[in-house]
Design a protein around this ligand. Structure first.
Ligand SMILES: [Zn+2]
Length: 239
């Protein structure tokens, strides 16, 4: 975890495969006395955006299951929703976190080549998770998008863990990394593909506290007019 040099209020949580930074244990001493009971914690909805159509469709269900089961094993209800073309964002349930799959290399963001994902945003205003697909593939030893059942299963599991790791950062940014498990600072190929991975107790409790403090969703009102189209200059810059 480090602060983005150009915007000191913007927190950039980057997850490295290999890093020379010392292991951060911030959050270990955070009081968890006010942990809400499971009944009080609302579900978190993760919106999975793959506008480029990068992720193989047969791997989506497995990835969804991996994300949801990592949290449900800790009494936290997370639901992953792959977004669909033509569906308004206001139609998806809240509270939600956006996860965007990118085809770009992390170096395009001046990050090390093994950084698989980053959560960008403000602690009080929410985060968006960006996943660098080439780095995830590289980490699991896949040089192309897998097509075999075994390869698809590995990709599902790995991507689910990368997404779940970032969701914990988003919900409990003060936690940082844990000595082991899902929130380990070094998410190696072995950790991404092994049969079992757990979320440590401190991270789990902080996630439940964070969710219990989130404002309850209020019904959205549809805008009276459709939003203005995005400026063409911006579109060009994004291509
Ligand atoms: Zn991390």
């Amino acid at each position: 975890m480090f602060r983005h040099p150009s915007t000191h209020r913007t927190l950039l949580l980057a997850c490295f495969l290999f890093t020379l930074a010392p292991l951060t244990a911030t959050g270990e001493a955070v009081s968890v006395a006010r942990v809400a009971s499971e009944r009080e914690v609302p579900a978190l909805h993760v919106l999975w955006h793959d506008a480029y159509g990068l992720f193989p469709a047969p791997a989506i269900d497995g990835m969804k299951l991996e994300v949801e089961s990592l949290f449900s094993a800790n009494g936290v209800r997370v639901e992953l929703h792959p977004t669909k073309r033509g569906q308004a964002m206001s139609d998806y349930p809240r509270p939600s976190v956006n996860v965007i799959l990118h085809p770009i290399e992390p170096r395009a963001w001046n990050l090390e080549k093994n950084v698989m994902a980053a959560a960008v945003g403000e602690p009080d205003e929410g985060f968006t998770v960006f996943v660098f697909f080439p780095a995830v593939l590289r980490t699991i030893g896949a040089f192309t998008v897998p097509k075999t059942p075994r390869g698809l299963a590995s990709l599902s599991r790995a991507m689910g863990r990368v997404v779940a790791h970032e969701i914990v950062h988003v919900l409990a940014p003060e936690r940082g990394h844990a000595p082991a498990g899902l929130m380990a600072e070094r998410l190696t190929r072995k950790l991404l593909l092994r049969g079992e991975l757990w979320l440590d107790g401190t991270s789990s409790r902080l996630v439940r506290v964070a969710l219990s403090r989130r404002p309850r969703p209020t019904p959205r009102r549809r805008p009276e007019r459709p939003p203005a189209p995005v400026d063409e200059t911006v579109l060009r810059a994004l291509r």
